[in-house]
Ligand binder design. Sequence first.
Ligand code: FDM
Length: 240
Amino acid sequence: MTRAPFIVIEGLDRSGKTTQTSLLQARLEREGISTKLMKFPDRTTTIGQMIDSYLKSTSELDDHVIHLLFSANRWEMASTIETLLNEGTTIICDRYAFSGIAFSASKVTTTTTTPSSSSSTDATTVPKLPFEWCRAPDVGLPAPDLVLFLDISPEQARLRGGYGEERYEKEEMQARVRQAFKRLGDETRTSSPTGVAASGKQWLVVDAGRERDEVSAEMWSHVELLVKGTLTSPIGKLWN
Ligand code: FDM
């Protein structure tokens, strides 16, 4: 039995991720490929509305609770993802479990101390949630066949007008998130030097600091191979 591919676009804020995701969807449609665009968080569900008000800082939630809500928001779509892929609909997904881990694992508690011998202060940061704890709730979700990670440096993001108003859109947070994404990408590459993991998952870094059309052309070159090929392997499960 053949099925359609599951393609995830991950990226930092200001990387042009949302624009690139729509351009990719438009390209797939022009090629006559049946496509569904998904986005996480999906703010339309009851859980999604709780996430939305947390991100807009109109509500406060414990860090563990919001992390589990982000994961639950993916689980509520898991069976739909599987059904669509098996029916032959290609899924393009704007953020997925990798964002879930990268953002939650980048939350830190900062303590500052002033050594008696100095007038300057030392800051120590400690993660609020361990990396493996952050991964656990997403283990078993449908695994993407391809992850395109849109990378942009904090300097380039600043040139693009800086970050927005939502909760995680702060420069130090974004720098930690970038490191966490690197760790997730390296994990995939370690399981295979070509970036293709044993389960067929692939993580590719795209330099999103370039012109919009250059970025979309590179993304299309990776996606085209997948959508024009024949996929017979069953849908994988994340981190199994
Ligand atoms: N985000 C997104 C998380 O913290 N965890 C998740 O699981 C997901 C999917 O939510 F700051 C963060 C990432 C971002 C915010 O994302 C909203 P969009 O793409 O700006 O809507």
